[in-house]
Design a protein around this ligand. Sequence first.
Ligand SMILES: Cc1cc2nc3c(=O)[nH]c(=O)nc-3n(C[C@H](O)[C@H](O)[C@H](O)COP(=O)(O)OP(=O)(O)OC[C@H]3O[C@@H](n4cnc5c(N)ncnc54)[C@H](O)[C@@H]3O)c2cc1C
Length: 509
Amino acid sequence: MAKVVVIGAGVGGATVAALLAKAGHDVTVLEAHVYPGGCAGTFYHQRYRFDAGATLAGGFHPGGPHDVVGRLLGIEWKVRSVNPAWQVLLPDRSVTQFGDRERWHDEIARAFADRPQRDRIVRFFRATERVSDAVWDFASRKPAWPPASLADLLRTAGALRPQTLVALPHLFETMGGWARRSGLSDRTALTFLDAQLLISAQTTSDYASALFGAAASDLPRKGVTHPEGGIGGISEQLVEAVRRFGGQVLFRQEVTRLDVRDGRVVAAHTNKGARFECDVCIANLTPWDLARLLGEFTPPKLQREVRMRAEQWGAFTLYLGVEDDATAGDERVDHYQVIGSYDRPLGEGNSIFMSFSERGDLRRAPAGHRALTISTHTRVAEWWRLRETPGAKAAYDERVAEYSERMLELAERAVPGLRSRIRLQLPGTPVTFNFYTRRYRGGVGGFPFTSLFAARGPWTGLRNAWLVGDSIFPGQSTAGVTMGAMRVADEVLRSYPLVAGRAYSVAAK
Ligand SMILES: Cc1cc2nc3c(=O)[nH]c(=O)nc-3n(C[C@H](O)[C@H](O)[C@H](O)COP(=O)(O)OP(=O)(O)OC[C@H]3O[C@@H](n4cnc5c(N)ncnc54)[C@H](O)[C@@H]3O)c2cc1C
């Protein structure tokens, strides 16, 4: 039995911890905060329970990563399906992301009906669905991507099937390249595509890998869900599983330093003065945060990476407690994506994602009220410049007010009259995210998914330490980090023999 220390109880950390505890390893999860989930956590404030970042989760469909993990761990996920998934409000039209394909095809034809390009748009989205099916099917056989060894390469090759062939022509192209090659030039459809990709691949169509983009933009058809009581329910159920299999999850234990001997992490120190020895260390962290904990022991390749890599996107968020008005907005829809203008880049308040707690859900808000999370992508640098410049507090506060205003203006388009019903308003900047999730400069969402060949694996440069979470392939989302966690669990289990009588594999059944 190996002593495993997992730093962080985000969805990635909690998943790998539960899988290894089930295998019979001695697992301790050290979580800095008082609840699990990190960016996919739910926090309580003045009678409202707000989703901190993520609000919708894919991957619970049969064979999807959460479904596979749930079956392995005996978890009955408390999630309910959300259909329509969300409604996209472009400056001049709406597109509803219906979960069933037939309705979706009718919807794209309706939404883009006034364009001569309509047939091309419909054909393009249908083609992305065929590729999406091939990619999800391939992913369900758990390819070890990116490969760190010949064995990984063979495992990846073993996941190929004849039906994967449909994806191969798109291996090296971007979603934008594919769209243009298919004759799409209409900016309405391209902005729609960009907006879907920004929230799923962290980049727009000119840069997003076509394969990943196809799988991500088809997510509503694979099925999205919302956990009961808030998105934090996913990691809460995982924490229960860790404990059920004999592991421990300790809150308010921030790891501040790692001891390294002979290229191996041997212990983790926490802010409570505790020291946890380990045979295996799994860091649910960004590469920058792992390097900070390793200090002088940071392997040269990791040092180089944290010097050279561009920062991740940040998020600006508004958490609103609002009085409900059943007549405002579309009563079928709890989630909206609103785009302000075709002429400005997305993000920085020109595109927002809004998620209401379910009407009447008393676990999330008092009777007659709802908890609402609104977010937009933002670059972190300016927030930190203002935060760290002496005397710039007023400018920082002004920026918060300006972003809040921009977002409320867009939110009013989805739900007219919203502003007058706000009873509580809390803003969150990358500085706030850094404080609550400890992520480097509050960067969130992992790295943009530009190419399969630029994917980052779980390596750390240390023999017994792995990264898990949205900084590793396949990147952001609760489903994405779950896939990464399964891979890391597999790698640990190959390096540390199984406990007799508890034969285990994270392979999909
Ligand atoms: C605004 C926003 C909206 C999003 N929307 C969606 C969505 O709708 N659907 C979706 O699927 N995904 C969404 N995402 C992405 C998704 O939330 C993340 O990709 C995913 O939750 C990241 O999980 P992770 O495993 O990387 O852990 P993280 O969320 O990064 O959590 C890491 C955990 O480690 C802890 N920790 C950090 N440092 C230490 C330390 N030194 N010691 C101890 N503990 C430590 C933190 O407290 C935290 O609990 C969104 C993200 C954001 C920010």
